[in-house]
Design a protein around this ligand. Sequence first.
Ligand code: AMP
Length: 509
Amino acid sequence: MNLARLLVRTAATFPERPALIHGQELLCDYRGLALRAARVGSFLRHDLSLAAGERICLWMSNTPEYLEILYGAWFAGLVVVPINLKLHPREVEYILQDSGAAALFVSADLVGQSKNWAGQPRLRGVFVPGTLDYARLYRAEPMAEPLFRAQDDIAWLFYTSGTTGRPKGVMQTHANLLTMISCYFMDLDTVSPDDGTVYAAPMSHAAGMLNFPHIIGAARHIIPRSGGFDPQELLELAEYHGRLTLFAAPTMVKRLVDYVEATGADPSGFRTIVYGGGPMYVEDMRRALRVMGERFVQIYGQGETPMTITALSRHHLGDSEHPRYLERIASVGVSQTLVEVRVADAQGCALLQGETGEVVVRGPSVMKGYWNNPEATAQAIRDGWLFTGDVGSFDEDGFLTLKDRSKDVIISGGSNIYPREVEEVLLQHPQVEEVSVVGQRHDEWGEEVVAFVVTKDGRPIDAGELDDLCLQTIARFKRPKQYRFVPALPKSSYGKVLKTALREQLAAG
Ligand code: AMP
């Protein structure tokens, strides 16, 4: 079943319900949104001659055209590749190449950052929404209905940086995403036509995934004028529209809570705030509940099983009389309805409750594999279980608490940063002998990047020089905020750098 059918069905049942809103301005109803998607699909299929299964990339900030491009591509049976807008143009070029993108949609604010599309052999068109050139997509004769897609066909290629530094394309099928949607309704929330979702976090990630339940529910899709996260704007939108759902990384929740506490703004226009993507500290959640009330739900997932591992419900977050309440709000909740979640040892054998091991997942939400990367797929999915790389333990009631991330991913402001990628860049400096990058807890961003550097002559290097090196190849948010020059790195007897020791050193000040 093709995901585009979700939009077609809602457009038939609720044609005049408001669908797309930019700030406070209504742009189109459901009939209009489905028609735009059918035209975009037709343009891609007929004018551009793209065949089902070809990939189109979206390197876009949150703009009103985002949804019509996603659904237009699905109409035509294509695979969407939404790219993190914060990536460096070189990283974007790698993804274009690796996915073999046939078309690129790039938002006007990003188009100036790279001109190197000519080097992409398969690229047949670059489109900038909002321009006259883009408007010709609306003139295409609309497709009568979406192409047939089987459950196992790929809908979304989600690029995630691997520990090897090379981003990997997670193949999410139509069935994977339909499973995610089913679990949303079973474990997270309901959605009615009076509700809405506001896209303040990048639509290329979890926030964009919330579009599905809201399309099914014939709810409103609100794109903030700023295109991003601005607490004042969000509170104003919530007050104006009411009954909104917001996806927010823990750092965004924190900033929202700070704003509400400082200004006394009324948060009641938010019906639900879905948080996840990184650890939420207990004290932060207690404060959020105190200041903003019981409007939170937590989700734990990863690209490889999109949004679908565990959930912590509104009920459990509000059940403050429960004897294990604090443990529960420190947890990521219980396994979602359609997946099996275990904590396993290195061989994949299930561990007992209370024991700590790697979180593994089995079920219809688990990816088809990594794009063109059977070795990485075989490593991630073993005997039908997805090895998440996260470490945790279950309690007696089935609540999972994450202890650490075995892959040493640093999560800063909701974005994942893979140390190896940063290390490889820093190692390009001629004076750098060795380097190890770890995360240090940061009140606002969750974590910040710290690089421990051993230099060849033992003398520190100017931080500006190392920053410049990073800015040449990786996204700005990934560069270290601190460089610590040390005579040697702590190592195990196997010669492996002990990142835990480095983190302890940072924690001890
Ligand atoms: P991504 O594939 O970019 O979505 O990143 C997924 C990773 O983010 C997971 O493997 C976890 O390490 C982390 N993560 C996601 N949700 C949560 C959560 N609710 N609490 C703690 N960590 C999370």
